[in-house]
Design a protein around this ligand. Sequence first.
Ligand code: IMP
Length: 222
Amino acid sequence: MSELQYHRIADDEKGFDLSMFCVPKHYEDDLERVYIPHGLIMDRTERLARNIVNDFGYEEPIVALCVLKGGYRFFGDLLNYISALNRNTDRSFQMSVDFIRLKSYQNDQATGKIQVIGGDNLENLRGKNVMIVEDIIDTGKTMLKLLDLVKDYNPKKVRVVSLLVKRTPHSVGYRPDYIGFEVPDKFVVGYALDYNEFFRDLNHVCVVNEKGKEKYAIPKSD
Ligand code: IMP
């Protein structure tokens, strides 16, 4: 397998001024900075696709499992790059897709409860090579729970790809097999990552400001 490589975004990384990029008007006042521009996400994803294809080999089919909702854009772009490699060389492998929906966050805090709230029947994974595609690993608890669920279906091989991994003291120590970027311990949104369902419709990965957090907060129930 490729050596685990990723781009590390430093704690003091300021990112880019919002006015340098196109950001929807309705979010302009709610964001601090653009942290990872969309173009950079795409370029890194293209390289991850190449590493994955080289590691999985061409012999057997793959089931790509998308962790919803946050993973949907990364999943789509990653699979497009993998498909491009598949159709432009003399070797290829068949790929099928499955979806699972998990929920663990409210506001910018983990609730501690990880719920499976929908998705395909995981029976499809039995005996297969599985590639799980996630948006972000924070504490790592969600992925450990998912890996546990998947294990019950005895897949042949499981690999995890995450666009982002957070550097946080709350990590349980889990590291995925492929990482796009390692980011500081900040709440990030965009490119399908949300804050209470907002900001998924933002192309770049950005940091929310306090005003944005307040505006879209869900009032705490007792
Ligand atoms: P974990 O269980 O703490 O690793 O959390 C993983 C899940 O929490 C991810 O799949 C996201 O849905 C959500 N999450 C964690 N950090 C962030 C963030 O900075 N922005 C948006 N969602 C996040």
